[in-house]
Design a protein around this ligand. Structure first.
Ligand code: ARG
Length: 577
């Protein structure tokens, strides 16, 4: 039963106002003592020719508002406040979770629809830095969220594998490349020779010429240059793959920028046929002043293509290949203008899918008092960040385990540290609105009491252990539909159940706004509410056996919500820690 809907239906029946309007107006009051749902009576003032306060107090005493799922209705100023019957409500909500388990919150809103999610898209031969981690984590999470809602998801990795820098790398590798180093640590080696190229180029301009020639050869498909480039690409991907595997990230399509360069002539012809291409200072551009945007360059004056033209070709490819209903680009905010231009060109060219393309931007990544032994170029890589986080987590849980005399083996401790340490990093990326900048600090992200993954995972593991203990002594949680669930009507239990009831809606909102933090907020709300309850009562002691069984069902539900919620964020839980 959907209580919100039930309240709206009742209000509509009693007042005659249409259901749709009522539905839109029903609110969740800011404080628990104002009820569970509220209806503001302003909308009735015109038809009823009365002040909203009066309407509210008249309606509050209307007999028609009685129902077995409603405990009382009160007027407060212009608001009509509804208090649901807690027992009924709890039974209803928990029964659903107990029945559905980890599929709780699943919906079919996306049935038959396809979403292309482009994310990660690192650059070949360059370190995988903490900005690429942002898109990787957001995109991975969004993909899981859309899948949960029944969409077919296509995960695209638009690799940066094209550009004049590959001419430089070919020249540099032939001069200074170290075969062994390349095989062992491709990205470090490629970065080393790339940095060296730029230093040497200042003294020796012939290097610039050589790099340009090599890029031309690469574009023309000359065998040796293509072979080197392919090696750089494969070796880089192999390194990225290690990170992806570690985080459980997968892709359906790795077509990088280079893949689209052969598709650009068709785009240029199409734009020319539609009369959109004009010459400006030797370059071919599409004017966008009607959209208040600077012109989008399609071909440079030397006839070479640019980033934007490859994106035009890529968007069309995605549509032709996948017929997407939505095509999202999880890319940093500094590229916002680029995407506005690309989408505007698609729209001017009459591409029907232009309106279904969306840039999902995010902020910058900063560090607070964190030291890394950074490599050349002073770049903090995701690998550094993960390793450091895992090492620090290990220290914390090892100390905890020693204090508690726990019997976790060294291997178990390492496995737990890996999951919790990764979780801590991932959570930092998804705990706030994505457009906000992120500030990493070990103290904050590894705070087991804070708004962190360690806190969520710890809550999960501790609750699991209560369930294990109970089972071992022969007590199992109340089952779906059980009348015993009605016993959970204390303020704290009820508050926790309300949070659980809100999770499915948070998942929907996360998708519609492309904001995974809607889920992190909902899950941390559940964990916090549960802990408030847990800290004030001992679940397995006392002699009310029925209450124990009911409370264990709450434990079970909380575990499922944390597990499914963290899964949607890309975080794994552990059963003990
Ligand atoms: N490789 C680019 C970078 O690292 C991001 C690619 C974004 N995606 C796109 N379709 N342009 O900045």
């Amino acid at each position: 039963m959907d209580f919100r809907k039930a309240v709206a239906t009742k209000v509509s029946e009693v007042t005659g106002l249409d259901l749709e309007t009522v539905n839109r107006l029903v609110e969740i009051p800011p404080q628990a003592d104002m009820g569970d749902y509220a209806f503001p009576c302003f909308a009735l003032a015109k038809t009823m020719h009365k002040a909203p306060n009066m309407i509210a107090s008249d309606l509050a005493s209307n007999e028609a508002f009685s129902a077995d799922w409603l405990s009382r209705v009160e007027a407060k100023g212009p608001y009509l406040n509804f208090f649901v019957d807690r027992g009924e409500y709890v039974r209803e909500v928990l029964s659903e979770v107990l029945k559905e388990g980890l599929t709780y919150g699943t919906s079919d809103e996306g049935a038959g629809k396809t979403v292309v999610v482009e994310f990660s898209s690192p650059n070949i031969a360059k370190p995988f830095h903490v900005g690429h981690a942002f898109t990787t984590i957001l995109g991975h999470s969004l993909s899981r969220i859309y899948e949960k809602l029944g969409y077919k998801v296509v995960r695209m990795n638009h690799l940066g594998d094209y550009g004049t820098q590959f001419g430089k790398l070919i020249t540099a590798f032939r001069l200074w490349g170290d075969e062994q180093a390349l095989e062992q640590n491709a990205i470090d080696e490629l970065l080393r020779i790339y940095v060296k190229f730029h230093e040497e180029e200042k003294k020796d301009p012939s290097l610039t010429t050589s790099a340009r020639e090599n890029f031309k050869k690469l574009e023309d498909g000359c065998e040796e240059e293509v072979a080197l480039w392919t090696r750089f690409r494969d070796l880089s991907l192999k390194e990225f793959q290690i990170l992806y595997d570690r985080m459980g990230v997968t892709f359906d399509n790795y077509n990088g920028e280079s893949y689209y360069s052969s598709k650009i002539p068709a785009i240029v012809d199409m734009l020319r046929d539609k009369g959109l291409l004009v010459e400006s200072e030797g370059a071919q551009v599409v004017m966008l002043e009607d959209k208040k945007l600077p012109p989008c360059i399609i071909l440079k004056s030397d006839g070479t293509t640019i980033y934007a033209s490859r994106d035009l070709a890529a968007a069309k490819y995605r549509y032709d290949e996948y017929h997407f209903d939505k095509n999202i680009y999880v890319v940093g905010l500094p590229q916002a203008l680029h995407f506005q231009q690309v989408f505007a060109v698609l729209e001017k060219a009459g591409m029907p899918f232009a309106k279904n393309c969306e840039h999902v931007g995010f902020g910058l990544v900063k560090f607070q008092n964190m030291k890394f032994s950074t490599r050349e170029g002073n770049i903090v890589t995701l690998e550094d960040l993960l390793n450091e986080s895992v090492a620090k987590t290990y220290e914390i849980i090892k100390t905890n385990a020693e204090t508690r005399n726990s019997d976790l083996s060294e291997e178990e401790l390492h496995n737990i540290a890996e999951k919790v340490g990764l979780g801590a990093v991932i959570y930092t990326y998804v705990k706030a609105g994505r457009e906000r900048d992120i500030v990493f600090s070990w103290d904050t992200m590894l705070d087991f009491e804070g708004d962190t993954a360690p806190y969520l995972i710890y809550t999960y593991a501790r609750t699991k252990s209560i369930l294990r203990k109970a089972l071992a002594s022969g007590i199992s949680p109340a089952e779906t539909g059980s009348a015993l669930l009605k016993k959970l009507s204390g303020d704290e239990e009820f508050a926790c159940v309300k949070m659980i009831a809100d999770l499915p809606d948070a998942i929907k909102k996360a998708a519609s706004s492309n904001e995974p933090f809607m889920i992190s907020r909902a899950v941390s709300g559940i964990a916090r509410a549960f802990n408030r309850f847990y800290n004030n009562c001992s679940i397995l002691s006392g002699d009310d056996e029925e209450l124990k069984v009911a409370r264990l069902a709450l434990c079970q539900s909380v575990c499922d919500c944390i597990e499914l919620g963290t899964y949607l964020l890309g975080i794994s839980v552990v059963d003990q820690m």
